[in-house]
Design a protein around this ligand. Sequence first.
Ligand code: THU
Length: 157
Amino acid sequence: MNKVVKQISYIEVADIAELTSEEEAIIKVAKEVTKGSYAPYSQFHVGAALVLDGGIIVKGANQENGAYPSGLCAERTALFAAGANYPDKAVKILAIAAETKGEFVDEPIVPCGACLQVILENEMRAGAPITILLHGNKRTYKIEGVSNLLPFAFTLK
Ligand code: THU
């Protein structure tokens, strides 16, 4: 028997001004696009903003539905829109913010397992990791590549 330890790593920043200006700006876009969330059931408004190669910005927000499983998370809304509109542009940065009951969340939220799987395939398609920025009032996590959130990913290869 062999106990194996896998490491993940991320950077925690207290103030988004510590990030690059591009990262700081895309977090602001993620906060802004929470306004596009349709979340009458959860009241949890999530915004996801992407920077693609060449600086193109693509935004997404969670879209719920009375037939609950038909809704979609902010991250996949943004990633699928990027895939549909800019299939040849790699995603460089993904920023996520969330607001509920009129306040942005204090602690960063982490994408659900299904979104992590979609982020992973996006990275594999582009052949490069995505910088993932998870933003909360108290702290922001900067994560270089989804393997730090999904260390045992399903792949067909
Ligand atoms: N949600 C997201 O959009 N992204 C996440 O990372 C977590 C959850 C949405 C799904 C649902 O509309 C609401 O937040 C509550 O779960």
